[in-house]
Design a protein around this ligand. Structure first.
Ligand code: GDP
Ligand code: MG
Length: 453
């Protein structure tokens, strides 16, 4: 799906003149791709209509960059379909939140419960797990094993066959409320002798524990079945968020089909709940916050960096782009590359955004725009000094060299250290695989201007 859409956009970008016909061809191509991916007809129709309204050729002043407008319209329409526009409940600090997980057997509920607990624990929460799955032997053992590994307190019944799921859920929640846990996570069953009984059980558990949030867990490889599943669960409990599991390469389908599943899911108008996390593997830390925009960028092969690249495109001379990008994308930036980047960043206007993407937000020097610029000009001077020193490999710095460089440039030692830290981070970001892939595609296709224009 992503491939066909980005091919359609590419054709549009390659056209010498962008007129109404080119736009229509492009939109038709996208429609076909979406319909092939089983996206609901009405969504596709609305999207086309909106795109045509946004890209109203009659209203555009001459010389306006139509390619860019079309690309951005398509991008934001795709985002709109995936984003219900209603944020999910997020647990609050210093309050106790109860989160109930629902989903069919095998969708990854138990695994995801632990991941969810663990990622909150890492941030200083005090989570606990309750196993209200009494439908099968081993359910409690599995949760217990996961929880023990993650050092998270758990509650459940060993004697599953005799246990009432509602009672176990209530007892578990009560226990952890007394223990002042701030995030109580309730895992539930996903199978029953009869489906209706499962949904009735979910309703009863939910009524008894009154969760602040119900999360529907969905396996990304189920395809069309997603629709019925989501609908069935939302009709019994108040689903507030969705987590899509098995988004990793090993799982069948991978990202492409996950996208289809999400389209399916968006058909469930009753829920209108956002996807908040995705599972990307069996391991406890293979769990990511889900954001619509980077997801759509990645899907369209624009890379998560489209915003930054947009800006870069405006300041780097076209014929220099492929080279700089290619060098960066090799994952081993040199001092020279960092130097060129800093020069670009200085030309970019408000410095914050580009910088935090490359070096992390906390690398951004404090102060106003002018002070930040002064700082970066200082870095450039330092790098000049390093080159003069005859050694421009930041990895080979030692104390005496650092001091010589600072002296030579008339700057302070701590600035050299900051600069080296910056280099280390740049080296790390440039190892980012999706970035590298994006950069290579861009450089390889004859420069950035093809992608972004
Ligand atoms: P439940 O029946 O809904 O509780 O599902 P489980 O948590 O027991 O998971 C079912 C299977 O899916 C297990 O083998 C998990 O290891 C696996 N699984 C869960 N989430 C993921 C994921 O994000 N990626 C992959 N590759 N496997 C997953
Ligand atoms: Mg389970």
């Amino acid at each position: 799906l992503g491939g066909s859409i980005s091919r359609a956009l590419q054709q549009m970008r390659n056209a010498t003149v962008v007129d109404e016909k080119v736009l229509n061809d492009c939109l038709n191509e996208i429609n076909r791709a979406l319909l092939q991916a089983d996206v609901q007809f009405q969504l596709v129709r609305d999207m086309t209509r909106n795109n045509k309204n946004i890209v109203n050729f009659g209203d555009l002043p001459a010389g306006h960059n139509k390619r860019k407008i079309i690309q951005q319209a398509v991008f934001s329409e795709l985002c709109k379909i995936l984003d219900p526009g209603r944020p999910s409940f997020t647990p609050k600090r210093r309050e106790t939140s109860v989160v109930m997980f629902v989903g069919l057997q095998g969708s990854g509920k138990t695994t995801t419960c632990t991941k969810y607990a663990y990622c909150h624990k890492q941030k200083g929460w005090n989570p606990a797990l309750v196993c209200a799955d009494t439908s099968r032997a081993g359910a409690f053992d599995q949760l217990k094993q996961n929880a023990t590994k993650a050092k998270i307190p758990f509650f459940g019944s060993i004697n599953y066959a005799e246990s009432d799921p509602v009672k176990v859920a209530v007892d578990g929640v009560e226990t952890f409320k007394k223990e002042k846990c701030d995030l109580i996570i309730v895992d539930t069953s996903g199978r029953h002798r009869q489906e209706a009984a499962l949904f009735e059980e979910m309703r009863q558990v939910s009524e008894a524990i009154k969760p602040d949030l119900v999360i529907f867990v969905m396996d990304s490889s189920i395809g069309q079945a997603a629709f019925d599943q989501a609908l069935a669960f939302t009709q019994s409990v108040a689903v507030g968020a969705v987590i899509v599991t098995k988004m990793d390469g090993h799982a069948k389908g991978g990202v492409q089909s996950s996208f289809t599943v999400m389209w399916e899911y968006t058909e469930v108008a009753a829920t209108k709940s956002p996807v908040t996390f995705i599972g990307t593997g069996e391991h406890i830390d293979e769990f990511e916050v889900f954001d619509v925009k980077p997801f759509v960028s990645r899907l369209l092969g624009m890379g998560d960096w489209s915003g930054f690249m947009d800006k870069l495109n405006e300041v780097v001379l076209t014929d220099q782009q492929p080279e700089l990008l290619q060098k960066l994308s090799q994952g081993k930036p040199t001092l020279r590359i960092m130097y060129e980047l800093f020069q670009c960043i200085l030309k970019m206007g408000p410095i914050g955004q580009g910088l935090s993407m490359l070096f992390g937000a906390d690398f951004l020097p404090k102060g106003n725009e002018k002070e930040i610029r002064a700082k970066f000009n200082g870095y450039l001077t330092l790098m000049d000094s390093m080159t003069n020193e005859g050694n421009s490999n930041p990895k080979l710095m030692n104390q005496s060299r650092i001091m010589r460089i600072a002296r030579g440039a008339g700057r302070r030692v701590h600035e050299v250290i900051e600069l080296l830290e910056g280099y280390k981070r740049l080296a790390n970001t440039s190892k980012n695989k999706s970035l590298m892939k994006g950069l290579n595609q861009m450089g390889g296709a004859g420069g950035l201007q093809n992608i972004i224009k």
